[in-house]
Design a protein around this ligand. Structure first.
Ligand code: SAH
Length: 265
């Protein structure tokens, strides 16, 4: 929002050039232009003290590969944190396959912070003292192993930025999307917290594409019916693709009724 301090991201990486590009498109670019966020990239090698600018070493106890050393990472984070950005609520996030898995709830929580320092690992990972004594959070973007934390940092920034007030043109458009709960208006008076689902299917013109029709209900102009149809489609898709999000037993009576409803759409 105009007048508020931009949400600040500091990224620590051994590949600063990696970030030439990902922030130059779409919402992140707009947010940077509107000064709603700022992003600074720090080369980990600038925080080394030896002639070879060494950032990694062999693992104690033996084994394959190299591990990022603690000293440059501590130095890098401390040098960023000691600059006066007048930004409280700073979190230092280590991107790691061993971290807490990123969810939309975590994204919402992080959007409230004004300053995030992101540490990108490489090779076999980082010295565990960084995880235990420097990072406030260890975050994984999913159950797979990347070769570095840079892509994960881009993913994290992208999903946080679109939640920052003023970034989405239509600020209601992130209320009804995957992993959000339906608005109270869908089931008025029900009074219970509905489970989060995937988004409902979307259609646009043409009405008929190669013989494939758009569901007629969406053209009816009956907004209440459309709202209910969308919730039902979202529930069906969630039950089909992500049943883990939605145990049938946990559905509200209103949602159960909705799943039994006949729609001409
Ligand atoms: N040996 C580690 C993998 C290291 S991969 C393990 O098995 O857990 C190198 C770096 O890539 C990590 O330090 C981390 O910064 C990043 N990375 C890999 N997978 C990731 C994931 N799923 N989420 C976030 N970062 C990841």
């Amino acid at each position: 929002m105009p007048g508020t301090t931009p949400l600040r991201f500091d990224i620590i990486t051994i590949f600063p050039e990696f970030f030439q590009g990902p922030f130059e498109f779409g919402m992140v670019r707009q947010a940077l232009k509107k000064n709603l966020i700022s992003i600074a990239i720090h080369n980990l090698r600038d925080h080394t003290s030896d002639r070879h600018r060494t950032v990694d070493d062999r693992p104690f106890g033996g084994g394959e590969g190299m591990v990022l050393k603690p000293e440059p990472l501590f130095r890098a984070v401390n040098s960023i944190a000691s600059q006066d950005f007048s930004l409280p609520a700073c979190r230092t996030i280590l991107l790691s396959a061993q971290g807490r898995r990123l969810t939309q709830d975590t994204v919402r929580e992080l959007t409230d912070c004004r300053h995030l320092i992101l540490i990108c690992g490489r090779y076999e990972g980082v010295d565990e003292r960084v995880t235990d004594h420097l990072a406030t959070d260890e975050v994984s973007i999913g159950d797979f192993v990347l070769s570095g934390g840079e892509l994960a940092a881009c993913v994290l920034i992208d999903c946080i930025v679109r939640m920052v007030p003023g970034v989405l043109h239509n600020c209601r458009s992130n209320l009804n999307e995957s992993f959000s709960r339906p608005s109270a208006a869908t089931h008025p008076g029900d009074g219970i917290q509905e489970p989060a689902t995937l988004d409902h299917p979307q259609y646009t013109r043409p009405e008929n594409f190669q013989g494939l029709d758009v569901p007629p209900l969406l053209l009816s102009g009956d907004h209440q019916k459309i709202k209910l149809w969308r919730r039902r489609k979202a529930l069906e898709k969630t039950l089909r693709n992500r049943p883990d999000l939605l145990e049938y037993g946990c559905l509200s009576e209103a949602d159960k009724r909705l799943l039994k409803t006949e729609f001409e759409g």
